[in-house]
Design a binder for this molecule. Structure first.
Ligand code: PEP
Ligand code: MN
Length: 374
């Protein structure tokens, strides 16, 4: 399945010659001096394609700095006049859209908290009808691909074709080194469903920690994402918001210089041949793996029938422990990581259980319509 989005290429709305494509600027516009001075330093790097700044800040809790508001749009105008950098702001209401358009902002983005709410996204989309402006849609706070897609569709249906997605990571219950879990699979699924949709990675909000930004930024480029949005502040130590994740313009250049740019397609014939040969080998192995998994599943079915006939429970914890233990030690000896092997086995095991449950309860299934929800 592919999404039916009407998209213009990134090159039609942002200067993409600089590699990687970089949108940078402070988390929040704080003062005219802070914004304009940061913009000058960023422009001087020659690496930045657009200046970002939060004017209206959606804060999780009240009482935190909620953005400088409309006055910041005047500062952005000045920053643009003096540096020629196109500007980008987050909009969360129809009024924000109206004010940003009036102030000549070049690019709008929908924030993660807004994407999570279809009413908000629709309000923004309605305010954009008949307007030709690029819009970037951040992934929703929660790991829900459909919500992200829905927001992109709403904006696209309003006639916005200069459209991009921003991957800023997802909240997760589990503690991790990141502020928001990247959950790359979700961004890759979006890319697969809409290959023409540019995806820009936001390593600042994924990591929440400037030291980890290079790692995520490199990974994003290796996943063939089209660009990066990185928060940069003239003096991050005194930033009013997201101080830990912002970098100075000088640190930003260093970070970008240390990234390795790899091409999705190789033009060199020799390299291509070698890659082709290796891919052939992979294809053959993948076929074998699938064939073996199918064979395994046929045996699982036999076991399911046997357990049903003999009134044995589907799950036997000791057997599962044995599988997990034996296979992970074997896999470890073959230099596969335990985490990977466990994930793979768990996936196969849950499919086996599903299959056996189906066999055990044949004729008593819950009707499909009772399982689906909008
Ligand atoms: C931001 O870009 O400053 C921001 C608030 O990000 P997010 O919507 O991803 O939390
Ligand atoms: Mn921020």
């Amino acid at each position: 399945m592919k999404l039916n989005l009407n998209i213009q290429p990134l090159e039609s709305w942002i200067k993409t010659g600089k590699e990687p494509l970089l949108i940078a600027g402070p988390c929040s516009a704080e003062t005219e001096d802070q914004l304009v001075a940061t913009a000058h330093l960023l422009a001087k790097t020659g690496r930045v394609s657009a200046l970002r700044a939060g004017i209206w800040k959606p804060r999780t809790r009240p009482g935190e700095f909620e953005g400088i508001g409309s006055i910041g749009l005047e500062w952005l105008k000045r920053a643009k006049e003096e540096t020629s950098l196109p500007t980008a702001v987050e909009v969360a209401t129809a009024k924000h859209v109206e004010e940003a358009l009036k102030a000549g902002v070049d690019i709008l983005w929908v924030g993660a908290r807004s994407t999570a709410n279809p009413f908000t996204v629709q309000e923004i989309a309605d305010a954009l009808k008949g307007v030709d402006i690029p819009v970037m849609v951040k992934n929703p706070v929660n790991p829900d691909l459909t919500l992200w897609i829905g927001a992109l569709e709403r904006i696209n249906n309003a006639g916005i074709t200069k459209l991009a997605a921003i991957h800023r990571g997802f909240s997760s219950y589990e503690k991790s080194a990141f502020r928001n879990e990247p959950m790359w699979d979700l961004a890759i699924s979006l890319k697969t469903l809409a290959p023409e949709l540019p995806i820009i990675n936001d390593p600042s909000h994924i990591t929440g920690n400037r030291d980890l930004i290079p790692y995520i930024a490199q990974k994003a480029l290796d996943m063939d994402m089209q660009g990066l949005m990185i928060e940069s502040h003239i003096d991050p130590s005194i930033a009013w918001t997201d101080a830990k994740q912002q970098v100075t313009p000088a640190a930003l250049v260093e970070l970008i210089d240390n990234l390795t740019l790899r091409k999705p397609e190789v033009r060199n014939v020799e390299v291509n041949d070698k890659l082709h040969e290796l891919r052939n080998q992979i294809d053959k192995i993948d076929d074998l793996v699938i064939q073996k998994i199918a064979e395994r599943m046929q045996i699982v079915e036999k076991i399911g029938n046997y357990k049903k006939d003999n009134n044995i429970t589907i799950l036997q914890v000791s057997r599962w422990d044995e599988i997990l233990h034996k296979r992970t030690s074997y896999a470890k000896a073959l230099k596969l990581s335990t985490e990977f092997t466990e994930k793979l086995l768990e996936l196969m095991h849950s499919e086996s259980i599903r299959k056996q449950t189906e066999i055990m309860n044949a004729g008593q299934e819950v009707p499909a319509e009772k399982l689906t929800h909008a």
